[in-house]
Structure formats: C-alpha cells, structure tokens
Ligand binder design. Structure first.
Ligand code: CP
Length: 319
C-alpha cells in the first residue's frame, strides 16, 4: 500500500489484513498506556479543506497514539486563502519533511492530485474527496460489521444503505469494501433522484420503498442529505424525506431483530433517523467512531512501516 485513495480495486486479502491489524492494535492499547512507538520520528499533516469532526480528530489521535508528530493546518487561516495552490501547499509542507498527508477536499479527485504530485516516499491518505471516496470510513464500517456480525458474516449478510446515495462518498467506499469481502445482498434505498445512474453495476439493488429496502436486513447504514453538494439537484423537503425514508422506531420491525444501525455521522436527528433510534439498543454509531481510531492507526502504520527510513534517506541526499 503506497497511498490510500479509494477502496475500489482492493481485494479481500488486503482489506482483511487491515482489519486484522486494527484488531491487534486495539487489543495492544487496552492497558493504561494508549501509545505505541511505531511512527516515532514520522510527521503527519492533516489538510482538511472541508469541515470534519470525526475524521480529523480520529486521524490526529491515531497518529499521536503511534507516536508520530502531527500538524493540523487550519485552512481558513493558511496561505491557501491568499491564493496558494494545492501543489505549492504540498511542496511547502514536504519541505518540512512531512511523511504523510491526510487530505479532505470538496473536489472529487483532490487526493489523487496530491498522490500524483507527492515526492517519492510521501504518502497520501484520502479523508474524503467530494462525492468520490472515503476509504477509511469504509474500512471502519467493515470493522464494525465484522465485530458485531462475526468474521464469517459477509457471504450471507444483507445490507441496506439508506439516504442520499447520489452525493455520498461513504456509500461508494462501503459498497466497494462490502463487495470485495463477498457481500451479495446490498440495497441502495433512496428516492430516484438521490441514486446515481448505473449504481446497479456496482452490484447493488435499488429500492425506492424503505419497507422493501429494510426487509430482513442485518445491517442498515443511514446517510444524511448532503445539502452542500445538491447544487440544482432535486432536494426533498426534510419532512418529506423523514416521512418516506427516515428510520423510525416503527420501521425497525422490518429489519432482523439483531440488526445493527450504522451512520457515518454527522446525523440529522428527525430527518434520516429518529433521535431515539440513533442512540437506541441497536445503534452502533458511537462504536463506529471508536473503530475509526484503530483502523486509521492500522492504515498509517502499514503504509509508513513498509518504507522505513526512505524519507529520511531522501531528505539527507538533498543535503
Ligand atoms: N464520517 C465523517 O466523515 O464525519 P466527519 O465529517 O465529522 O469527519
């Protein structure tokens, strides 16, 4: 693994290795000392051009728990506001001997741009690019499902992804990851205007009625309406969306009794999910947040461990 830009194309062996590594890391951190020394001396830069609560903080915690030095560039007060380009921002921070950049950007493909222009030995992790991909969210969702449903669950798992699938990078990453691990029953549950054309080619079944979408599922993944990406698109009113697609207590009976309820966050209470359901007994939404730390530690350590000293040697060669 050189960078992590998408889950598309990653096979089951690599995905399983990442999840296993996350399990091992989490077990090793159960004592009072929450730190490993794996990335001591390495520098990781968080570049978040879009707002974030969970992803940015768990990437920072993950890096610190691996003993890396962490820089959080505040984009609003950075020189990007004076016209500095993404390329020049990357090169400037590389000159400070950064080893890894964690990038979130509103443009699909932004992380690929960074990866294309990064110096050899510098790794890019995609923390969400437009509506394209959010690979570590996909991984933490897989880890959460595996924890609750068991390592052999994937062949027979029934998963409903409900909400604004059209604008969701999480949906795409979840679908790629679930398909790679062998899940055959994935349902995209949304009004026709919030389902991307051709999504069936990713191996999912489209349902426009939530009762059909939830029928007998083991896992439901809810998504918020991404109003910030709905420029000119049909936007159902929040009330309409809740009436037709919101997960309410009444609708829980359509799912299996042991089904888990997931959401990448942030949640919009009373829209895609009823407040009481969000923190009800079947919800694992906060466990997803915790799993994000272990998964991000796993990915960062696997990428940077694979190249010990490479960056140091290059920097030394530059004089
Ligand atoms: N799941 C997720 O990406 O949440 P944040 O936007 O808070 O990082």
């Amino acid at each position: 693994l050189r960078h992590l830009l998408t889950l598309e194309g990653l096979g089951a062996p690599l995905l399983t290795e990442i999840l296993d590594r996350a399990d091992t890391i989490e077990k090793s951190l159960r004592g009072p000392d929450k730190k490993l020394t794996t990335l001591r001396g390495r520098t990781i830069v968080n570049l978040f051009f879009e707002p974030s609560t969970r992803t940015r903080t768990t990437f920072e915690l993950a890096a610190k728990r691996l003993s890396a030095d962490v820089l959080n560039l505040q984009m609003a007060t950075s020189s990007t506001s004076k016209g500095e380009t993404l390329f020049d921002t990357l090169k400037t921070l590389e000159a400070m001997q950064a080893d890894m950049f964690v990038v979130r950007h509103e443009a699909s493909g932004a992380a690929h741009f960074f990866a294309e222009h990064a110096a050899p030995g510098v790794a890019i992790l995609n923390a969400g690019d437009g509506r394209h991909a959010h690979p570590t969210q996909g991984l933490l969702d897989l880890l959460t499902i595996r924890r609750y449903k068991g390592p052999d669950c994937f062949a027979t798992l029934r998963v409903a992804i409900v909400g604004d699938i059209l604008h969701s990078r999480v949906a795409r990453s979840d679908i790629h990851g679930l398909r790679a691990l062998g899940v055959r029953d994935i349902r995209a549950v949304a009004p026709p205007t919030l389902v991307p054309a051709g999504i069936e080619e990713m191996g999912v079944r489209v349902c426009h009625r939530i009762e059909e979408g939830l029928d007998g599922v083991d896992v439901v993944i809810l998504l918020r309406l991404q109003k910030e990406r709905m420029l000119g698109a049909y936007l159902p009113s929040l009330g309409e969306f809740h009436r037709d697609f919101g997960l309410t207590r009444k609708r829980l009976s359509a799912m299996r009794r042991d089904a888990i309820i997931m959401h990448p966050g942030p949640i919009n209470r009373g829209v895609e999910i009823e407040g009481e359901v969000a923190y009800g007994p079947q919800s694992v939404i906060l466990q997803q947040v915790s799993h994000g730390i272990a998964v991000r530690m796993a990915v960062m350590s696997m990428i940077l461990e694979a190249r010990p000293g490479e960056r140091t040697a290059k920097t030394a060669a530059r004089g």
